[in-house]
Design a protein around this ligand. Structure first.
Ligand SMILES: NC(=O)c1ccc[n+]([C@@H]2O[C@H](COP(=O)([O-])OP(=O)(O)OC[C@H]3O[C@@H](n4cnc5c(N)ncnc54)[C@H](O)[C@@H]3O)[C@@H](O)[C@H]2O)c1
Length: 355
């Protein structure tokens, strides 16, 4: 095994959860720097995580020669430009969601990554929960049969205190509302497990908070193989849940409803036919539970850096999720079904917040 990768975490909000995950993987990663404009906030975090160097200025961090990986956990509108700057500086990059505010910017990042010889990994840590991983295994081994219908619920709770942070609730800085910030994990999981979406209809509304962006979504999707799905999102749920529920020809699969760990066990898998139980047991017999969440994504990242193999979340996959997001906003704006793919000629290719 190689020396641990030297990583710098930028932004100490959700960045603290990234630091915790790196700390759990000491053979793979060593945190060599923390970057945040807000030194008051960053200082105690640095002390709690082994006192790495504190670097307030992002450009200075990009020039640091003791950093292999820059992990971007800053407000959403900064992601694409900071990722680009880090790639140009010769760093590998991890970037929180959403990777960018447009498919155009994602395509620029794909080109920049290819030119840089470095790797850029978007964050979608929910994928690595054991419940979701087991269902993926059942799908890949043909145990589930074809999909009939799926429901995805992201019913969380956010109030005025959450939106008091100046960059939240604004299109220019958060890049969108619940479709971009909160439900994007659940929608990414849908694509990760089931593949491309063919078309979408959607309505969005701002009903819970006094903000510029949407905080409720109702959408329907048609998957490439004809299966149907519904997406329901709000940050106005008194009782918070996340839930995925799949009805396949051979089984139904339902996640637990813990809002931020619903992809972990337990999931309820119910066989539709007498012989399916045996096939499920056989397929899951070799399942090896690895780390979940951020640690699950980071350990696979280190393996991909070492082997040169595919990243656990690829740029193309993150692009597909942002393509679905773009289509959702287009459908909502036009009150019409939006087909995918979104072409470069589409009015929202350069940004779903285009006037
Ligand atoms: N994957 C997840 O589950 C998850 C969860 C929460 C947030 N996020 C994403 O993480 C990002 C950050 O969200 P948050 O809730 O942590 O926000 P936050 O406002 O709590 O933290 C952001 C930090 O970035 C710092 N910062 C801002 N501009 C900077 C700059 N130019 N250079 C260095 N530091 C800078 C701020 O001082 C702040 O400490 C968002 O894009 C959000 O969508 C992802």
């Amino acid at each position: 095994m190689t020396e641990p990768y030297r990583v710098a975490v930028v932004g100490v909000g959700i960045g603290r959860a990234h630091l915790e995950a790196y700390r759990s993987l000491p053979d793979r990663f060593r945190v060599s720097a923390i970057c945040d404009l807000d030194l008051e906030r960053a200082r105690p975090v640095a002390e709690a995580y082994g006192s790495p160097r504190l670097i307030p200025d992002y450009s200075d961090l990009c020039r640091a020669d003791d950093v292999d990986i820059i992990d971007i956990c800053t407000p959403s509108w900064l992601h694409a430009s900071q990722a680009l700057q880090a790639l140009v500086a010769g760093k590998h990059v991890v970037c929180e969601k959403p990777l960018a505010g447009s498919l155009k910017d994602v395509d620029a990042l794909i080109a920049a990554e290819a030119a840089s010889g470095r790797r850029l990994m978007p964050i979608f840590q929910y994928r690595f929960g054991h419940g979701a991983q087991k269902l993926k295994r059942l799908i890949e081994r043909g145990v589930t049969g074809r999909l009939y219908a799926v429901t995805v619920e992201t019913h969380w709770r956010r109030g005025a205190d959450y939106y008091a942070v100046p960059w939240r609730g604004r299109r220019a800085t958060e890049l969108g509302g619940v479709a971009v910030t909160h439900a994007i994990h659940a929608h990414d999981l849908l694509l990760y497990l089931l593949g491309p979406v063919r078309s979408i209809t959607a309505r969005i509304a701002t009903r819970v908070n006094s903000i510029e962006t949407e905080d409720c979504v109702a959408a329907t999707v048609e998957l490439a193989d004809g299966g149907l799905g519904t997406l329901s999102v709000t940050v106005g749920s008194a009782h918070e849940i996340s839930r995925h529920r799949f009805c396949f020809a051979n089984l139904s699969a339902e996640s637990n409803t813990a809002p931020y760990t619903n992809t972990a066990d337990p999931w309820t898998i119910t066989a539709a036919h007498a012989d399916t139980d045996g096939r499920i047991a056989e397929a899951l017999a070799g399942f090896e539970p690895g780390p979940e969440g951020f640690a699950g994504q980071f350990v696979r990242f280190a393996e991909a850096l070492e082997s040169g193999g595919p990243l656990p979340v690829t740029l193309e996959e993150a692009r597909a999720t942002l393509e679905l997001t773009t289509a959702l906003y287009a459908a909502a704006r036009n009150h019409a079904t939006q087909d995918l793919p979104i072409t470069r000629e589409h009015a929202l290719y350069a940004g779903w917040n285009q006037p």
